[in-house]
Write a protein that binds this ligand. Structure first.
Ligand SMILES: Nc1ncnc2c1ncn2[C@@H]1O[C@H](COP(=O)(O)OP(=O)(O)OP(=O)(O)O)[C@@H](O)[C@H]1O
Length: 267
């Protein structure tokens, strides 16, 4: 959805975060509109995860503001509207839970603790399992699954809460290609249903066709915010965003040929 006209679901202004006494995000503006699929990219340590945590309220700002669905973060109570899949999590967590149980835990934001699971809960859980292609494994222990399958369980858990806005932090990192494709299929379904998706990724792989917009971080700042580059434009000769530990892809990535956003010069 390029040039989207939806209302802003995320509106971040001048977002500045310090960790360990050091500023790791500096003066970032970001607006994400309803229905957009945004890829947040950048080298290791550029601040992608910190930005996502700041947008979800998990990291306090030392400067700036975040509005979600038009409400200042501090006053935002409708947590069920947000799904967050953190980086490098495992769905097992050492607990001998089944796939279905872990996915069911994603309904907690929708249910009163004392109320037993109802028809709507069961339907949402079944739907989430189906979207990520794990219906047949619902009774399996999560700890018996591969890393990629566990990542799909985490996405299904977020999905079960039926959020409108998803933050996914590197869902495809360390995931084999078949599982990446399954993830891409699940995210396509979400996107087609109108969800807004902000996804952190080093490499887009099978997700590439889904992405409306790329936002690239460098040294705690948004250095590029625009359309993903057309495939024919991507011929790597230099890597303007590459840091010393960077492992950005050499093909099919906006890192390769993009120019700097003019905002960069004003900072
Ligand atoms: N808890 C923390 N305390 C101090 N510094 C931190 C902490 N967490 C992250 N940082 C630093 O903040 C900067 C941004 O980290 P962040 O994890 O947001 O980057 P990233 O782009 O998500 O990196 P990666 O791709 O490696 O996950 C890095 O320099 C990192 O070392």
């Amino acid at each position: 959805m390029l040039n989207p006209t939806g209302s802003p679901v995320v509106e971040a202004r001048d977002v500045t975060v310090a960790l360990g006494g050091r500023p790791v995000l500096r003066g970032n503006d970001l607006v994400v509109r309803a229905g957009e699929f945004v890829a947040l990219m950048g080298a290791n340590g550029s601040g992608k995860s910190t930005l996502v945590r700041a947008l979800t309220g998990l990291r306090p700002l030392i400067q700036g503001s975040v509005h979600l669905f038009g409400t200042p973060l501090a006053e935002f109570k409708e947590r069920h509207r947000i799904g967050y899949v953190p980086q490098r999590g495992t769905a097992a967590g050492g607990v001998p839970a089944s796939v279905r149980e872990v996915v069911a835990s994603g309904r907690i934001t929708r249910r009163s603790i004392l109320r037993p699971a109802g028809k709507a809960d069961r339907a949402a859980i079944d739907d989430a399992l189906e979207v990520v292609g794990l219906t047949d494994m619902a009774g399996d222990g999560v700890s018996t699954l591969s890393g990629g399958q566990q990542q799909r369980v985490l996405i299904a858990r977020a999905l079960a809460g039926e959020p409108e806005l998803f933050f996914l932090d590197e869902p495809t990192a360390g995931v084999d290609l078949p599982n990446q494709r399954a993830l891409a299929g699940a995210l396509r379904t979400l996107s087609e249903r109108g969800a807004t998706i902000v996804l952190v990724a080093h490499e887009l792989g099978p997700l590439e066709p889904l992405v409306d917009r790329a936002v690239v971080m460098r040294d705690g700042r948004i250095a590029y915010d625009g359309p993903p580059l057309a495939h024919e434009d991507v011929h790597a000769h230099h890597h303007p965003f590459a840091g010393p530990h960077d492992h950005v892809p050499h093909v099919g990535s906006p890192f390769d040929t993009m120019s700097l956003d003019p905002r960069e010069d004003r900072r």
